[in-house]
Write a protein that binds this ligand. Sequence first.
Ligand code: ZN
Length: 281
Amino acid sequence: MRNIFVLFLLLGAVKPVFPQNAKDFTNATFLGKLNKDISYLELKKKVVSGFVHAKPGRWGEFVNGVEKEIHTQHKYIAFTFDACGGKNGNGYDKELIDFLHYGKIPATLFVSGKWIDANFTAFMNLSKDTLFEIENHGLNHKPCSINGESAYGIQGTSGVEEAFDEIEANALKIKAITKYNPRFYRSATAFIDEACVKMAGELGITVVSFEVLSGDAVAFIPDSVIEDNVLKSIKPGAIVIMHFNHPEWHTYEAMQKIVPKLRQMGYVFVRLKDFEVTSDK
Ligand SMILES: [Zn+2]
Protein backbone atom coordinates (compact mmCIF):
# COMPACT_ATOMS: atom_id res chain seq x y z
CA MET A 1 0.00 0.00 0.00
CA ARG A 2 2.77 2.35 0.97
CA ASN A 3 4.60 1.50 -2.27
CA ILE A 4 1.54 2.42 -4.29
CA PHE A 5 1.35 5.76 -2.48
CA VAL A 6 5.02 6.43 -3.33
CA LEU A 7 4.33 5.46 -6.95
CA PHE A 8 1.50 8.03 -7.13
CA LEU A 9 3.81 10.68 -5.73
CA LEU A 10 6.42 9.83 -8.34
CA LEU A 11 3.88 9.90 -11.17
CA GLY A 12 2.76 13.31 -9.97
CA ALA A 13 6.33 14.55 -9.97
CA VAL A 14 7.02 13.53 -13.57
CA LYS A 15 3.86 15.07 -14.95
CA PRO A 16 4.80 17.01 -18.12
CA VAL A 17 5.07 20.79 -17.75
CA PHE A 18 2.48 21.25 -20.51
CA PRO A 19 -0.48 18.92 -20.35
CA GLN A 20 -1.14 19.41 -24.06
CA ASN A 21 0.06 16.69 -26.37
CA ALA A 22 1.57 18.09 -29.57
CA LYS A 23 0.17 15.19 -31.61
CA ASP A 24 -3.42 16.20 -30.82
CA PHE A 25 -2.89 19.59 -32.43
CA THR A 26 -1.05 18.88 -35.69
CA ASN A 27 -2.77 20.53 -38.64
CA ALA A 28 -3.99 17.19 -40.02
CA THR A 29 -5.33 15.89 -36.70
CA PHE A 30 -6.85 19.18 -35.61
CA LEU A 31 -8.56 19.87 -38.94
CA GLY A 32 -9.78 16.26 -38.98
CA LYS A 33 -11.44 16.85 -35.59
CA LEU A 34 -12.96 20.15 -36.72
CA ASN A 35 -14.43 18.43 -39.76
CA LYS A 36 -16.42 16.23 -37.37
CA ASP A 37 -17.40 19.12 -35.09
CA ILE A 38 -21.01 20.19 -35.64
CA SER A 39 -20.53 23.82 -34.56
CA TYR A 40 -17.47 24.25 -36.82
CA LEU A 41 -19.27 22.68 -39.77
CA GLU A 42 -22.38 24.80 -39.23
CA LEU A 43 -20.37 28.01 -39.00
CA LYS A 44 -18.38 27.03 -42.11
CA LYS A 45 -21.55 26.25 -44.07
CA LYS A 46 -23.13 29.55 -43.03
CA VAL A 47 -20.09 31.70 -43.84
CA VAL A 48 -19.18 29.87 -47.07
CA SER A 49 -22.78 30.13 -48.36
CA GLY A 50 -22.45 33.93 -48.23
CA PHE A 51 -19.52 33.79 -50.66
CA VAL A 52 -20.87 31.40 -53.28
CA HIS A 53 -21.24 34.16 -55.87
CA ALA A 54 -18.67 36.52 -54.37
CA LYS A 55 -15.97 38.07 -56.49
CA PRO A 56 -12.45 38.06 -55.01
CA GLY A 57 -12.04 41.82 -55.45
CA ARG A 58 -8.55 43.31 -55.38
CA TRP A 59 -5.50 41.18 -54.56
CA GLY A 60 -2.61 42.66 -52.61
CA GLU A 61 -1.14 43.67 -49.28
CA PHE A 62 -3.25 46.81 -48.78
CA VAL A 63 -6.69 46.01 -50.20
CA ASN A 64 -9.90 47.39 -48.69
CA GLY A 65 -10.36 46.54 -45.04
CA VAL A 66 -6.74 45.61 -44.30
CA GLU A 67 -5.26 47.50 -41.37
CA LYS A 68 -1.70 48.71 -41.42
CA GLU A 69 -1.28 50.98 -38.43
CA ILE A 70 -2.32 51.59 -34.84
CA HIS A 71 -4.76 54.42 -34.24
CA THR A 72 -2.72 56.72 -32.01
CA GLN A 73 -1.27 60.21 -31.88
CA HIS A 74 1.46 59.03 -29.53
CA LYS A 75 4.86 57.67 -30.44
CA TYR A 76 3.73 54.07 -30.19
CA ILE A 77 4.87 51.47 -32.67
CA ALA A 78 4.12 47.77 -32.97
CA PHE A 79 6.82 45.27 -33.87
CA THR A 80 5.25 42.24 -35.50
CA PHE A 81 7.19 39.06 -36.25
CA ASP A 82 5.92 36.26 -38.48
CA ALA A 83 6.68 32.53 -38.18
CA CYS A 84 5.73 31.07 -41.56
CA GLY A 85 6.49 27.36 -41.19
CA GLY A 86 6.83 24.68 -43.84
CA LYS A 87 9.88 23.69 -45.86
CA ASN A 88 12.64 26.25 -45.16
CA GLY A 89 10.32 28.11 -42.78
CA ASN A 90 10.36 26.06 -39.59
CA GLY A 91 13.33 27.70 -37.88
CA TYR A 92 13.21 29.49 -34.53
CA ASP A 93 15.27 32.63 -33.93
CA LYS A 94 15.80 32.13 -30.20
CA GLU A 95 18.48 34.81 -30.05
CA LEU A 96 15.97 37.37 -31.33
CA ILE A 97 13.23 36.20 -28.94
CA ASP A 98 15.66 36.27 -25.99
CA PHE A 99 16.67 39.80 -27.00
CA LEU A 100 13.01 40.90 -26.98
CA HIS A 101 12.38 39.12 -23.68
CA TYR A 102 15.37 40.44 -21.76
CA GLY A 103 15.04 43.90 -23.36
CA LYS A 104 11.38 44.01 -22.25
CA ILE A 105 10.23 44.71 -25.82
CA PRO A 106 6.58 43.75 -26.29
CA ALA A 107 5.82 42.21 -29.67
CA THR A 108 3.05 40.59 -31.69
CA LEU A 109 3.91 37.17 -33.10
CA PHE A 110 1.98 35.95 -36.16
CA VAL A 111 2.25 32.16 -36.17
CA SER A 112 1.12 29.60 -38.76
CA GLY A 113 -0.24 26.17 -37.90
CA LYS A 114 2.68 24.58 -39.74
CA TRP A 115 5.22 26.44 -37.61
CA ILE A 116 3.41 25.41 -34.42
CA ASP A 117 3.60 21.76 -35.53
CA ALA A 118 7.39 22.01 -35.92
CA ASN A 119 7.99 24.04 -32.73
CA PHE A 120 5.32 22.99 -30.25
CA THR A 121 7.32 23.44 -27.04
CA ALA A 122 8.80 26.77 -28.15
CA PHE A 123 5.31 27.89 -29.12
CA MET A 124 3.92 26.97 -25.69
CA ASN A 125 6.71 28.91 -24.01
CA LEU A 126 6.11 31.97 -26.20
CA SER A 127 2.40 31.89 -25.45
CA LYS A 128 3.15 31.98 -21.71
CA ASP A 129 5.42 35.01 -22.00
CA THR A 130 3.23 38.01 -21.18
CA LEU A 131 5.39 40.30 -23.35
CA PHE A 132 4.19 38.52 -26.45
CA GLU A 133 0.83 38.47 -28.18
CA ILE A 134 0.15 35.40 -30.32
CA GLU A 135 -1.86 36.03 -33.49
CA ASN A 136 -2.88 34.09 -36.59
CA HIS A 137 -0.67 33.61 -39.67
CA GLY A 138 -2.88 30.95 -41.28
CA LEU A 139 -3.19 27.18 -40.88
CA ASN A 140 -1.00 26.17 -43.83
CA HIS A 141 0.68 29.49 -44.59
CA LYS A 142 -1.21 30.03 -47.84
CA PRO A 143 -2.00 33.55 -49.05
CA CYS A 144 -5.76 33.96 -48.59
CA SER A 145 -7.54 33.84 -51.95
CA ILE A 146 -10.99 32.60 -52.99
CA ASN A 147 -9.77 31.77 -56.50
CA GLY A 148 -6.29 30.30 -56.17
CA GLU A 149 -4.11 33.41 -56.60
CA SER A 150 -0.50 33.16 -55.53
CA ALA A 151 2.20 35.55 -54.28
CA TYR A 152 6.01 35.26 -54.33
CA GLY A 153 5.56 31.78 -55.79
CA ILE A 154 3.46 30.60 -52.83
CA GLN A 155 0.16 29.06 -53.91
CA GLY A 156 -2.82 30.65 -52.17
CA THR A 157 -5.96 28.93 -50.96
CA SER A 158 -7.91 27.43 -53.85
CA GLY A 159 -11.41 28.54 -52.92
CA VAL A 160 -13.81 29.82 -50.28
CA GLU A 161 -13.81 26.63 -48.16
CA GLU A 162 -10.03 26.38 -47.97
CA ALA A 163 -9.81 30.11 -47.21
CA PHE A 164 -12.23 29.59 -44.31
CA ASP A 165 -10.08 26.77 -42.87
CA GLU A 166 -6.89 28.76 -43.38
CA ILE A 167 -8.23 31.57 -41.17
CA GLU A 168 -10.65 29.97 -38.72
CA ALA A 169 -9.01 26.59 -38.10
CA ASN A 170 -5.71 28.23 -37.13
CA ALA A 171 -7.50 30.71 -34.86
CA LEU A 172 -9.20 27.77 -33.12
CA LYS A 173 -5.93 25.82 -32.99
CA ILE A 174 -4.16 28.71 -31.26
CA LYS A 175 -7.08 29.08 -28.87
CA ALA A 176 -7.19 25.35 -28.11
CA ILE A 177 -3.49 25.28 -27.23
CA THR A 178 -3.04 28.64 -25.48
CA LYS A 179 -6.59 29.55 -24.29
CA TYR A 180 -6.05 32.94 -25.99
CA ASN A 181 -8.48 33.89 -28.73
CA PRO A 182 -6.52 35.49 -31.60
CA ARG A 183 -8.10 38.69 -32.90
CA PHE A 184 -5.76 39.51 -35.77
CA TYR A 185 -4.82 37.65 -38.94
CA ARG A 186 -1.98 38.31 -41.34
CA SER A 187 -2.27 36.29 -44.52
CA ALA A 188 0.87 34.41 -45.66
CA THR A 189 3.05 36.93 -47.60
CA ALA A 190 0.45 39.54 -46.46
CA PHE A 191 -1.26 39.15 -49.87
CA ILE A 192 -5.01 38.66 -49.57
CA ASP A 193 -8.16 39.32 -51.60
CA GLU A 194 -11.06 41.50 -50.48
CA ALA A 195 -13.44 38.53 -50.14
CA CYS A 196 -11.06 36.94 -47.58
CA VAL A 197 -10.87 40.23 -45.68
CA LYS A 198 -14.68 40.30 -45.54
CA MET A 199 -14.80 36.66 -44.43
CA ALA A 200 -12.32 37.32 -41.63
CA GLY A 201 -14.48 40.26 -40.54
CA GLU A 202 -17.51 37.97 -40.30
CA LEU A 203 -15.43 35.72 -38.02
CA GLY A 204 -14.58 38.69 -35.78
CA ILE A 205 -11.00 38.76 -37.01
CA THR A 206 -9.16 41.89 -38.19
CA VAL A 207 -6.73 41.51 -41.11
CA VAL A 208 -3.39 43.20 -40.52
CA SER A 209 -0.76 44.15 -43.03
CA PHE A 210 2.09 46.56 -42.25
CA GLU A 211 3.22 50.18 -42.54
CA VAL A 212 6.97 49.58 -42.37
CA LEU A 213 8.56 46.79 -44.41
CA SER A 214 11.82 45.85 -42.70
CA GLY A 215 12.88 43.74 -45.68
CA ASP A 216 14.45 41.12 -43.40
CA ALA A 217 13.19 38.42 -45.78
CA VAL A 218 15.11 39.79 -48.77
CA ALA A 219 17.91 37.36 -49.66
CA PHE A 220 21.32 38.24 -48.18
CA ILE A 221 20.13 41.61 -46.88
CA PRO A 222 22.59 42.94 -44.26
CA ASP A 223 21.46 44.20 -40.85
CA SER A 224 22.42 47.78 -41.75
CA VAL A 225 19.87 47.84 -44.60
CA ILE A 226 17.12 46.40 -42.40
CA GLU A 227 17.99 49.09 -39.85
CA ASP A 228 17.79 51.85 -42.51
CA ASN A 229 14.50 50.47 -43.87
CA VAL A 230 12.90 50.72 -40.44
CA LEU A 231 14.39 54.02 -39.29
CA LYS A 232 13.66 55.90 -42.52
CA SER A 233 9.94 54.96 -42.53
CA ILE A 234 9.09 54.89 -38.85
CA LYS A 235 6.25 57.09 -37.61
CA PRO A 236 3.77 57.09 -34.74
CA GLY A 237 1.32 54.18 -35.02
CA ALA A 238 3.42 52.20 -37.50
CA ILE A 239 3.18 48.43 -37.65
CA VAL A 240 6.62 47.00 -38.52
CA ILE A 241 6.85 43.58 -40.20
CA MET A 242 9.74 41.18 -39.50
CA HIS A 243 10.23 37.42 -38.99
CA PHE A 244 11.36 35.18 -36.13
CA ASN A 245 11.59 31.88 -38.01
CA HIS A 246 14.93 32.44 -39.75
CA PRO A 247 17.85 32.60 -37.29
CA GLU A 248 20.21 32.82 -40.28
CA TRP A 249 18.67 36.15 -41.36
CA HIS A 250 19.87 39.40 -39.79
CA THR A 251 16.70 40.42 -37.97
CA TYR A 252 18.25 40.04 -34.51
CA GLU A 253 21.40 42.01 -35.39
CA ALA A 254 19.26 44.78 -36.91
CA MET A 255 16.96 44.90 -33.86
CA GLN A 256 19.97 45.34 -31.57
CA LYS A 257 20.67 48.61 -33.42
CA ILE A 258 17.09 49.69 -34.07
CA VAL A 259 15.66 49.38 -30.55
CA PRO A 260 18.03 51.77 -28.71
CA LYS A 261 17.74 54.35 -31.51
CA LEU A 262 13.94 54.27 -31.49
CA ARG A 263 13.89 54.49 -27.70
CA GLN A 264 16.18 57.50 -27.92
CA MET A 265 13.71 59.05 -30.37
CA GLY A 266 10.98 58.60 -27.76
CA TYR A 267 9.17 55.61 -29.25
CA VAL A 268 7.34 53.15 -27.05
CA PHE A 269 6.73 49.57 -28.23
CA VAL A 270 3.25 48.08 -27.97
CA ARG A 271 1.28 45.02 -29.03
CA LEU A 272 -1.66 45.16 -31.42
CA LYS A 273 -4.15 43.85 -28.87
CA ASP A 274 -3.40 46.83 -26.61
CA PHE A 275 -4.72 49.26 -29.25
CA GLU A 276 -7.29 49.82 -31.89
CA VAL A 277 -5.77 49.41 -35.32
CA THR A 278 -6.97 51.30 -38.34
CA SER A 279 -6.22 51.80 -42.02
CA ASP A 280 -6.07 55.18 -43.74
CA LYS A 281 -9.75 55.04 -44.68
ZN1 ZN B 1 4.77 34.20 -43.51
